[in-house]
Design a binder for this molecule. Structure first.
Ligand SMILES: [Zn+2]
Ligand SMILES: [Zn+2]
Length: 58
């Protein structure tokens, strides 16, 4: 059985070894956990919550 890996919601990259990654609850629905890797955070890549459709750079 594979370990459940955390992935960036924007680029789908595994953030297992990414110390600059962030994890936070969606500001829109406060349910879905948004995970972003350091790269997407730095570039302000857009993310979208699959729960409520909220999107934004922050
Ligand atoms: Zn990313
Ligand atoms: Zn949401």
């Amino acid at each position: 059985m594979a370990e459940r890996s955390k992935r960036c919601v924007s680029c789908n990259k595994e953030i297992t070894n990414d110390t600059g990654s962030v994890e936070f609850k969606c500001p829109g629905c406060n349910k879905q956990v948004i995970i972003r890797c350091s790269q997407c955070k730095k570039l302000a890549t857009k993310y979208k919550c699959k729960e409520c459709g909220f999107s934004g750079p922050n």
